[in-house]
Design a protein around this ligand. Structure first.
Ligand code: XUL
Ligand code: MN
Length: 343
């Protein structure tokens, strides 16, 4: 049993291609993934805009809405909700230099169009959250963009989204690098600062991904805490990551169990989810995994979250208080390790 509601994206069951090799598993149709997500125990699905409406660049406004309606029906048939829609702003030739911060005004226009269409799709799916993973909003060559102008361009683009739909909420998914070298919005603190520069800060928040925090050299639990303290943590992407390397999106907890424990502890203790927020997973099957067991990372991540919830419920706060009073943090540290390791 869990106190949380869980969400997952179709891209989490992928074909296994990486930067150095092609696909190694066959594609699974969206409707099949959705059915399986329900069976595994998820409550909601997260979408990129073109997960819902493939080839959307070539479709009319009416055709995009019609496709989204069809996807909503599949969700309804399986008793699942849509958590958010995220414009895929990193695949198209018009986003090579970034979307909202591209030096070419036509690219910026395209990025905004995708954001508007994503809002339309979210509307049809019955959700009010738009996630912006600002994949290429940064630089490969430092001098190629004006960093101050770029931050302001992101703010202006978000303002247009807020004006386009008075109910939409925008969540910035922060990441310090990859695919670009230097992001203009690398951490939750940056996202929150940026939210206050928009015309409606109450509708701009953040999504924290564990792996992205680790890539920034930060502890994901503290990034979660910072978001919660500012009432801006509206979604999470739990996963794991072995140090500052490429983005690994590993099963939650497999690399640093204590760090995973503390993420769950902060979420539980602060009653995360009470306003309808989901615990999202952004985990990917290893390239080596065979297609007949390619959902294993999702089962395992959910199992680890629930086991850690159980550990959190056993946490002895009076012992913590005693350690604080005696300033005996060696004892506290050992207590935490024993709690996590005991059967
Ligand atoms: C990229 C990443 C994305 C977003 C959704 O690192 O995490 O999958 O979560 O666009
Ligand atoms: Mn993510």
């Amino acid at each position: 049993m869990s106190k949380f509601k869980f969400s997952v994206g179709p891209w989490n069951v992928h074909e296994g291609a990486d930067a150095f090799g092609p696909s190694v598993r066959e594609s699974i149709p969206l409707s099949e993934k959705i059915k399986k997500f329900k069976e595994i125990g998820f409550d909601a699905v997260q979408f990129h805009d073109d997960d819902v409406v493939p080839d959307m660049n070539d479709l009319s406004e009416a055709a995009i809405k019609q496709k989204a309606k069809e996807a909503k029906k599949v969700l309804d048939d399986h008793g699942l909700k849509a958590e958010f829609v995220a414009p895929r702003l990193w695949m198209d030739p018009r986003t090579i230099d970034g979307g909202f911060t591209s030096n070419d005004p036509k690219d910026r226009e395209f990025a905004l169009w995708r954001a508007f269409k994503s809002i339309d799709i979210a509307h049809e799916l019955g959700c009010d959250k738009l996630v912006l993973w600002l994949a290429r909003e940064g630089t490969l060559c430092y001098e190629s963009k004006d960093p101050v102008l770029s931050v302001n361009r992101i703010v202006e683009a978000i303002n247009e989204m807020l004006k386009y739909d008075k109910n939409i909420r925008v969540l910035i998914e922060t990441k310090p690098n990859e695919p670009i070298d230097r992001s203009f919005c690398p951490t939750i603190g940056h996202a929150i600062a940026l939210s206050y520069k928009t015309i409606d800060p109450n509708r701009v928040g953040a999504l924290l991904e564990s792996a992205h925090a680790i890539l920034a050299g930060l502890d994901p639990a503290n990034e979660i805490a910072f978001g919660i303290a500012n009432k801006k943590l509206w979604s999470v992407h739990l996963n794991d990551q072995n140090g500052c390397k490429y983005d690994q999106d590993k099963t939650f907890g497999v690399e640093n169990l204590r760090q995973a424990f503390n993420q769950i502890k902060i979420l539980v203790e602060n009653d995360y989810g009470r306003n309808g927020e989901y615990v999202g997973l952004d985990v990917k099957a290893m390239r080596t995994q065979k297609v007949d067991d390619c959902y294993r990372h999702l089962y395992n991540s959910l199992k680890i979250v629930k086991m850690l919830e159980d550990k959190v419920s056993q946490f002895d706060n009076s012992f913590k208080k005693k350690c604080q009073e005696e300033r005996n943090y060696e004892a506290l540290e050992m207590y935490v390790l024993e709690l996590i390791m005991k059967g």
